[in-house]
Design a protein around this ligand. Structure first.
Ligand code: ADP
Ligand code: MG
Length: 249
């Protein structure tokens, strides 16, 4: 018999949004311990809202979110961090006036992920440890945002488009670090990623969102091997005959 991995995260019929506005509807999702999950879909379909909902930064309109044995509904974000969720937000949100080292200690919790271990993963941050957040390049800020989430010593790491807007050489470095985390980090990862091929190659399972709903949930290989289905799901093909950028303006 194949042993089943313990479940770490489960969303059941989750609806959430901002104020009265419902963005996500009826989301079911689960993730095993040490599992990897990619969330893909076009701009504005609700990927960031999904991570923000797991972190408690949105209004939960219905459904349940379980993390380990905990019911997360109604718990504020900092409690979710303490429970073991590390969050790398799309906007990075590092502390601009604090040094790299201070950013790495401000939310730290006991465990194997110390500032020193983050410096091993991102040697550039070690060179920059006395620089303030606002003195860093975009790539260094992203490394710091990931590093800060690691010092929480999470059981689950949420990353929202960590490669967005970065130069190719930095993307390569970050991706290599993310692959190391996947292999040796000792936690589960949810990766929101615009680069579909990177997402499918990175994660065991993939969820495709479209207008706030799950339209695919399955092994990443299923989509990687079926570009036509993938195009339909994420709508890159748009409506046939309507995508003629060269004809515009
Ligand atoms: N703070 C907010 N207040 C109100 N609406 C928001 C807020 N953030 C995002 N939205 C809306 O929620 C929808 C999903 O956005 P988002 O989760 O950022 O999508 P994605 O990350 O997939 O690009 C969009 O229609 C967006 O306009
Ligand atoms: Mg987003």
């Amino acid at each position: 018999m194949v042993p089943t991995m313990a479940e770490l995260l489960r969303l059941e019929k989750v609806s959430s949004g901002y104020g009265e506005t419902v963005v996500l509807e009826n989301i079911d999702l689960k993730l095993a311990e040490s599992g990897t999950l990619a969330i893909i879909g076009r701009n504005g379909v609700g990927k960031t809202t999904l991570l923000a909902t797991i972190m408690g930064h949105t209004r939960l309109h219905g459904g349940a979110i379980r993390f380990g044995g905990l019911d997360l509904a109604g718990r504020p974000g900092h409690e979710r961090a303490v429970a073991g969720i590390g969050y790398v937000p799309q906007e990075r949100e590092i502390f601009a006036s604090l040094t790299v080292e201070e950013n790495l200690t401000v939310a730290a919790r006991p465990g194997p992920w110390t500032a020193e271990r983050v410096y091993e993963l991102f040697p550039r941050l070690a060179q920059r440890r006395r620089n303030r957040g606002n003195q860093l390049s975009g790539g260094e800020q992203q490394m710091l945002s990931i590093g800060r989430a690691l010092t929480v010593n999470p059981k689950l790491l949420l990353m929202d488009e960590p490669l967005e807007g970065l130069a190719p050489v930095i993307v390569e470095q970050l991706l290599a670090a993310m692959e190391r985390l996947r292999e040796t980090g000792g936690f589960s990862i949810v990766l929101v990623e615009q680069h579909t091929r990177i997402a499918l190659a990175f994660a065991q399972r993939t969820v495709v969102l479209d207008r706030g709903r799950v339209v695919f949930d399955g092994p990443s290989g299923e989509l990687a091997g079926d570009p036509e289905r993938l195009a339909k799901l994420i709508g890159v093909a748009g409506q046939p005959g309507q995508l003629h950028p060269a004809a515009e303006g």
